[in-house]
Write a protein that binds this ligand. Structure first.
Ligand SMILES: [Zn+2]
Length: 460
């Protein structure tokens, strides 16, 4: 419904109510260029989402060509997506508006200034567009109904059809987003605004610097935080180095697999591999992922627009708190809450994995003998590359909490926890009731070596 309001704003820029909105939300630009500010209302945010849906499906009808961008707007009906895809970088002195490509004296296209930048197919498609003689500005047309005017029903049908059949025209690769991915988003246990955000992220319509650069709305495509890679949606939310700390510290203890990461939608699907998206465990994982993405996005925007420094631990804490509050308010059974062990179904580590840099990993396990009061707790502390920095066999490890500013617990299978399991057994048997630094007991050397770390041999 709010997409319909967005359409009315586009078609009635001079109406009084539109002018009031303009004064409130986009005083210095057009509605099509308006960005969501930090304190935008839910209604305004939703209208902007509706606008983006319209822009994804509509195209510009050229009348005098003065308001349509050659490179950023969708205006060529004869090519997939409707956008030009220049085969070379567009020079700064290249024509910008469509009217610059029209020879008004003879009423024909003059495509020489851009002929070397685009394909022959695109040249032919532009040549086939009739040139108007209108003095009025170009019009946005919704091509999925005869009248060209957006309707809620046609908008809904277009979204459904696009999701099923059409590759996203603006996606980095032309793969199709599966229906399951959209279900994952709309069924996820999170706030409506976070679902909309995820939808925009997977649809690749968030204003990342790469997307703005493609539309010539930014002079740089680089990530403003690491300044090393283009800021795609994937880089912004999962691949930028600072986000690795947030994901690892999140309630699912996720370790980003840079080698196998392809796209955001495939990554969302891979998190649930082998398990129904409706299982309680899946719902919990998706909730954590959704809130974590949202708070990474907010931290990134605060950095870009408000000069607020990036603090991964603070972002992690806000995401964890948001998940916890949401599940508490909705009174759903919580399988894993902040500080409690949870099980992430995929990827199951089949062996021990070292932590990311700047973190240490603490493996712990308990051992007891049924029918007796004998019990023990084992702890192994390791850092990046697996070097051992300490261990402990004791009865109670809660005191460890005071030694860390950020601490996150996550369940791992025994295959990934063999060293702590062995120490716990030693502690139960009353052996090795001690702590150590750097040099572990000799009985542990073979297990620690199997985890792949450079373990100093006893007595060396
Ligand atoms: Zn980055």
């Amino acid at each position: 419904m709010l997409a319909r309001q967005a359409w009315r704003i586009i078609c009635n820029p001079g109406a009084l109510w539109v002018q009031i909105l303009k004064g409130l939300y986009f005083p210095d630009c057009s509605f099509l260029e308006a960005q969501k500010e930090g304190r935008a209302s839910w209604v305004w945010s939703s209208i902007l989402v509706g606008r983006d849906i319209i822009l994804s499906g509509a195209h510009w009808q050229i009348l005098n060509g003065s308001s349509t961008s050659i490179w950023a707007d969708k205006w060529i009906p004869g090519i997939p997506g409707g956008y030009l895809r220049p085969c070379l970088p567009v020079p700064v002195d290249a024509p910008v508006k469509v009217c610059e490509l029209i020879d008004w004296n003879h009423g024909v296209w003059n495509l020489l200034p851009i002929a070397h930048l685009i394909s022959q197919h695109e040249l032919n498609a532009i040549s086939a567009i009739p040139i108007g003689r209108s003095v009025s500005g170009d019009q946005l047309v919704w091509p999925w109904v005869k009248s060209g005017n957006f309707t809620v029903k046609s908008g809904y049908n277009w979204i459904v059809n696009q999701n099923i059949r059409c590759p996203l025209a603006h996606a980095q690769s032309s793969h199709t987003i599966s229906l399951d991915t959209w279900k994952i988003i709309w069924e996820s246990k999170t706030l409506p605004k976070v679902k909309q955000f995820l939808w925009r992220a997977v649809s690749n319509i968030l204003p990342s610097f790469l997307n703005l650069y493609k539309r010539r709305l930014s002079t740089s495509h680089l990530c403003p935080i690491c300044l090393e890679s283009p800021e795609s949606i994937e880089h912004m939310l999962v691949l930028c180095p600072w986000t690795a700390c947030v994901w690892f510290g999140s309630a699912i203890g996720y370790r980003v697999d840079l080698q196998n990461f392809t796209s955001l939608d495939r990554w969302l699907g891979s998190l649930l591999r082998g398990e129904s998206m409706f299982s309680p465990n899946s719902r919990w994982i998706l909730s954590v992922v959704a809130f974590t993405c949202w708070h990474i996005w907010k931290a990134r925007c605060n950095f870009v627009y408000n000069d607020i420094p990036i603090v991964p631990a603070a972002t992690r804490s806000r995401a964890c708190l948001a998940v916890s509050e949401f599940w508490n308010v909705t009174k759903k059974p919580v399988l894993g809450s902040v500080g409690m062990p949870i099980q992430i179904s995929s990827p199951h580590p089949s062996h021990w994995l070292p932590p990311i840099s700047s973190y240490v990993k603490i493996n712990t396990d308990g051992s007891w003998k049924s029918g007796s009061a004998m019990a023990g707790v084992g702890v192994i502390i390791r850092k990046i590359a697996g070097s051992c920095i300490g261990g402990l066999a004791a009865q109670d490890i809660r005191f460890l909490k005071a030694s860390f500013t950020n601490l996150n617990w996550a369940w791992v299978p025994r295959e990934a926890n063999r060293s702590a399991d062995a120490v716990a057994s030693l502690a139960r048997k009353g052996m090795c009731l001690e702590s150590w630094l750097v040099r572990p007991p000799s009985s542990l050397v073979h297990i620690l070596s199997r985890d792949g770390l450079p373990c100093p041999p006893p007595g060396a």
